[in-house]
Design a protein around this ligand. Structure first.
Ligand code: CDP
Length: 247
């Protein structure tokens, strides 16, 4: 059953370091929509479990961290730098494989879509299962992807200063492992579904991807963008493009 409400919902899925977060956040800013990085919710559970010395594969250890996922979480929680530590990267697919964790986070996402911060007219959620499970009736669905080597290069650039021992090869190994772990979970579509617009960012600059995405959103919805600071949304739809098209 869809958890969608009357708010416009844009789903952005894709693998690690594909640029989905950069794209989703910029898209939300331009449209005046609320943005949720759903990976950070799983990261909060993983981080809190590790902080308590717990085993991220064990429900009884993870359970004590679940009450932390209470709607609405403040930006200071969602943007906690510790959520991006390598040990959290390693633990997060383990906690995300636990159905009880997914259920709590699913409820959080439903509350966010129903009652977005600032009463925004729409929401952009990025993650792995947004278009397939969390908002199957989303107004627009994107799948943002890039070659694994390019994704590893980007993640390495982000992490090399805070982690001097890191090499590109280590990052590539981690990315491939996380893709594999995510792929093993039936709930996480690491491949685009038929009604999804694919954005390949391997050779594209963030601005180019954003403009591509905005063109798609404008074609699917009658939306004014927020580049001038005034956002407004006219919910009247125009004819959608055929499923699965690429620009
Ligand atoms: O930024 P990056 O893609 O590396 O990771 P993320 O979006 O923060 O997600 C971290 C992990 O959380 C993923 O590898 C998945 O195991 C899990 N996740 C999930 O299961 N479902 C989501 N909607 C989002 C993330």
């Amino acid at each position: 059953m869809s958890e969608q409400t009357h708010k416009t919902v844009i789903a952005v899925d894709g693998p690690a370091a594909s640029g989905k977060g950069t794209f989703a956040k910029a898209l939300a800013d331009r449209l005046g929509y609320a943005y949720l990085d759903t990976g950070s919710l799983y990261r909060i559970v993983a981080w809190a479990t590790l902080e308590r010395g717990g085993d991220p594969t064990k429900l009884e250890d993870v359970k004590t961290s679940l009450p932390l996922i209470k709607f609405p979480l403040g930006p200071e929680v969602l943007k906690n730098e510790d959520l991006r530590r390598p040990e959290v990267d390693e633990a997060v697919p383990k906690v995300s494989a636990i159905p009880e964790v997914r259920a709590i986070i699913r409820a959080y996402q439903a509350a966010f879509m129903k009652d977005p911060p600032g009463n925004a007219p729409g929401v952009v959620l990025d993650g792995r299962d947004i278009g397939s499970t969390i908002a199957p009736n989303a107004d627009v669905k994107f799948f943002v992807t890039a070659d694994a080597e390019e994704r590893a290069r980007r993640r390495f650039e982000q992490q090399k200063d805070s982690n001097p021992g890191l090499t590109k090869e280590m990052v590539l190994k981690d990315i491939n492992l996380r893709d594999e772990q995510d792929r093993r979970q039936a709930a996480l579509a690491l491949h685009p579904a038929s009604d999804v617009c694919v954005l390949d960012t391997t050779k594209a600059k963030p601005d180019e991807t954003l403009e591509q995405g905005l063109r798609i959103v404008k074609a699917k919805l009658s939306v004014n963008d927020n580049s001038s600071g005034n956002s407004s949304v006219n919910k009247k739809k125009i004819a959608p493009k055929p499923p699965g098209f690429r620009l």
